[in-house]
Write a protein that binds this ligand. Structure first.
Ligand SMILES: Cc1ncc(COP(=O)(O)O)c(C=O)c1O
Length: 373
């Protein structure tokens, strides 16, 4: 039985009619950008995340970019972030003329460690950007303690982790600002690009983010800052609002599938394969990805084995940011972030989407176990 890495058709069935009705109304209304659905989504996201303000954006990348701009990050400033992340986390820093300072990760969670972050702080550090990778929170209480003690603001990259919880809080309730993505592969995905910037509590930051989204304009044709066009489409917002009532169920489905895999594959030796571990107290990993580590240099071989059986998998991420050609000028040498580099060689993400049946999970688990026999 083939098992794709992700099947959005199965998910979209439940919202199709609502989306089509919404599109029909939108076609008549013709408010295509920043209308009532965007405003509604922002209100929904304030309730969902329990952060105080939410500003809809055209993508997760723009949500992070605007967060940095709202903090006046600019030329020569340093921003600390993990190297083991999607490119956008580092790209937005460089776009502003600032310097990304890459730090190493915890080998179990794949998230930047508070110790590495603390060691990277200099007088030029303007912001810290931890990433909640794959759906599990970074160690935010420790990171916030370090950042607060130095007066450095924190931007959470929750592009993979809207709905993740820990230490009695949600993703988006720790840092001053948070960027979330609604790219179609996320637990809550649009029918195209979309994102949102969450603002923990400061109204002035929310107003600035709102302005920056539309070229720094307020009121019309008066520009206070040079912003961007980060506006969110009404159509994407209506899709997201149609999907939102299902999101908690989808998180639950992913968690159930992850628990099933962990139980089924626990007999495998740690020397062959390491399963994900949930380490956050009082936490909720939302498993945007179910990422294992394949040991003994056999990751690509396992991926080929699965592919031959029609099973999808993905490598997030084969090249970490400090090893990207475009960041060569920063001078990071091979071996300088050892856990990051090891993770790039070992990680493999397996299908975990909530619509998977037990037979599909079994097909994946059986094929993985067979490989190590
Ligand atoms: C960790 C991380 N940061 C940033 C982004 C950028 O989000 P988007 O693709 O919506 O621009 C993503 C999305 O893939 C991501 O996974």
């Amino acid at each position: 039985m083939p098992v794709p890495m992700l099947d959005l058709v199965a998910q979209n069935v439940v919202v199709k009619q609502k989306v089509l009705d919404g599109l029909s109304a939108l076609t008549d209304r013709c408010t295509f950008v920043l209308g009532e659905n965007v405003a509604g989504l922002e209100t929904d996201m304030v309730s969902y995340s329990a952060s105080k303000f939410a500003v809809g954006m055209s993508s997760g990348t723009d949500a992070l970019l605007v967060a940095l701009m709202a903090l006046d990050v600019g030329h020569g400033d340093e921003v600390i972030l993990p190297s083991f992340t999607f490119f956008a986390t580092g790209g937005v820093v460089t776009r502003l003329g600032a310097v990304p300072v890459f730090v190493d990760i915890d080998p179990v969670t794949f998230n930047a460690t508070p110790q590495a972050i603390e060691a990277a702080i200099t007088t030029r550090t303007k912001a810290i950007m931890p990433v909640h990778l794959f759906g599990q929170l970074a160690d935010m209480p420790k990171i916030m303690r370090i950042a607060d003690s130095k007066g450095i603001p924190v931007i959470e990259d929750a592009c993979q982790s809207l709905g993740a919880k820990g230490w009695g809080k949600n993703a988006g309730q720790f840092g001053q600002l948070t960027g979330c993505s609604f790219y179609p592969t996320k637990n809550l995905g649009a029918f195209g690009d979309a994102g949102i910037t969450l603002i923990r509590d400061e109204e002035a930051l929310a107003q600035k983010a709102r302005r920056l989204r539309a070229h720094g304009m307020e009121p019309v044709y008066v520009h206070h800052e040079v912003g961007i066009n980060g506006r969110l489409d009404e159509f994407q917002a209506l899709v997201l609002r149609a999907k939102l009532p299902f999101l908690e169920g989808w998180h639950k489905g992913r968690r159930k599938n992850a628990a099933w895999y962990i139980q089924r594959m626990q007999a495998l030796s740690q020397d062959d394969l390491q399963l994900p571990v949930e380490v956050v107290p009082d936490g909720r990993h939302i498993y945007n990805q179910f990422t294992v580590r394949v040991k003994r240099g056999r990751r690509n071989e396992l991926q080929a084995h699965l592919k031959a059986r029609g099973i999808g998998s993905a490598i997030f991420y084969p090249i970490s940011l400090h090893q990207q050609p475009c960041f060569e000028y920063l001078g990071y040498k091979k071996g300088c972030l050892p856990e990051t580099e090891r993770a790039s060689e070992e990680v493999l993400s397996l299908p975990v989407y909530p619509e998977m049946t037990e037979a599909m999970l079994e097909e994946v688990a059986k094929s993985v176990m067979e490989f190590f026999e």
